[in-house]
Design a protein around this ligand. Structure first.
Ligand code: FAD
Length: 401
């Protein structure tokens, strides 16, 4: 009989760091990670920007604020300890007009409240950091933002956890709950557990609903596409972000200087039509299309949280010229033709609250003595993962005070 103390569903960064945290509490504990794919990190954890955020975007009362700063340091430490790549690439947030200046100050204040190292800089100081970057008047400088290789990190975690006795079951999806403390996977295989931890990303809400959680909330997928620069005059040396709309959880099209010093622009937040709607009809699911079209149609008609405008603005970004143009406004010299390679898109597992018709801004954790469900683990959950996992383990899984 396959029985585990902890059955973790989903082999992304959240599932992996929770396993790591559980092992730190008790080396003997019997943990299994169940992943529906044949490899780990095939979804968000292997398709993100790889940015270790610093922690100034989020209001101080949020879980995002609580864990981003420490998560940034913890992930850097993991990379150093395991000899993995880090690019200490830094970041500036730039404004287009006077109105956006006030959001720069708001971000600065949030950063200070969250105990994050941030600085307001003028145009001269910006020039010293990157002389091709443009702002209206001031900009926000974050020295601790960095970039890493998410796939490399997930592989290392998998290797370390396997060595410590964690069982990995790949191509083994959670399909359905089978009474108490057991679940059914494909080919009728049954697995038993003391506690189940649902870290299934784009499918976390569906699994949670089988246990009576994620009520009145479901995932609306938003696609992030990227263009990579392949020319020989990279426009930026640091990560450059526009001022975001603080009413939604997306940060706007920005420049990322990757761990390998390549430059990419993106990601977008284009409403997707099914959960794994990456390219073409791959992973197409008719039932998902119908449900999502219904939800997105309603949001579009009611223009809830400005969804109609967001959708129209975002869909335009499929046009390379338009997409590239948006990024060009943040720099002086720009080689538009160099941004010509579409790279692996990602999809955000963004939760929608059906009672308010609003996007949920913070991470959500629900559960009881038997199951824990990690919902809305959207950006910056990658950055937050180590301390967020400790928090979930202490507060929700082991119920420690
Ligand atoms: C475009 C984009 C850019 C981003 N950029 C950043 C960034 O720069 N910095 C940052 O901090 N965050 C970023 N994020 C967010 C970050 O990637 C996610 O918060 C993080 O990867 C979430 O990890 P996860 O483990 O919850 O999800 P995932 O990595 O999606 O893992 C969930 C896993 O569950 C598996 N699964 C699903 N259903 C089942 C089932 N029934 N049975 C078994 N397994 C199942 C999936 O196959 C998957 O492997 C970005 C996200 C996107 C989409």
């Amino acid at each position: 009989m396959k029985k585990f103390d902890f059955a973790i569903i989903g082999g992304g960064i959240v599932g992996l760091t929770i396993a790591d945290s559980l092992l730190k509490k008790n080396k003997q504990t019997k943990i299994a990670i169940f992943e529906k794919e044949d490899k780990l990190a095939l979804h968000s954890s292997g398709r993100n920007s790889g940015v270790l955020h610093a922690g100034f975007y989020y209001s101080a009362d949020s879980l995002k604020a609580k864990f981003t700063r420490d998560g940034n340091f913890a992930m850097k430490k993991f990379c150093v300890d395991n000899k993995l790549k880090i690019n200490y690439s830094k970041k500036v947030v730039v404004a287009k007009n006077k109105e956006e200046d006030s959001t720069i100050y708001e971000l600065y204040n949030r950063g200070i409240k969250n105990n994050v190292d941030v600085k307001i800089i003028d145009k001269n100081e910006l020039k010293k950091i990157d002389n091709n970057v443009k702002t209206y008047d001031v900009s926000l400088y974050s020295p601790n933002t960095a970039t890493v290789d998410p796939i490399e990190i997930c592989k290392k975690l998998e290797f370390n956890l396997s060595k410590k006795g964690v069982f990995f079951f790949k191509k083994t999806p959670f399909i359905t709950r089978k009474g108490s403390k057991s679940f059914l996977s494909s080919n009728g295989r049954l697995f038993y557990y003391e506690k189940l931890i649902n870290c299934a990303g784009l499918y976390a809400d569906k699994i949670a609903k089988q246990f009576g959680y994620s009520k009145r909330m479901s995932i609306v997928p938003f696609k992030g596409i990227y263009l990579k620069y392949t020319g020989n005059k990279p426009p930026v040396k640091v990560n450059v972000y526009p001022v975001p709309n603080l009413k939604n959880p997306f940060l706007g099209v920005h420049y990322t200087v990757t761990v390998n010093n390549e430059v990419k622009i993106g990601p977008t937040s284009i409403p997707a039509f099914w959960r794994e709607n990456y390219t073409g009809f791959k992973n197409f699911k008719l039932n998902e299309l119908i449900k999502i079209l219904f939800v997105e149609g309603e949001l579009f008609l009611k223009n809830s949280f400005g969804f109609r405008n967001l959708a129209i603005q975002e869909i335009k970004k499929y046009n390379r010229k338009h997409f590239v143009n948006l990024a060009s406004s943040m720099v002086y010299n720009f080689d538009a033709k160099g941004f010509n390679k579409w790279i692996r898109p990602g999809i955000r597992a963004q939760l929608l609250n059906h009672d308010t018709n609003e996007l949920v801004m913070d991470f959500v954790v629900q559960g009881d003595n038997e199951t824990t469900h990690v919902l809305n683990a959207v950006s910056p959950a990658w950055t937050c993962s180590f301390p967020f996992a400790d928090f979930i383990v202490n507060k929700y899984i082991l119920n420690e005070k």
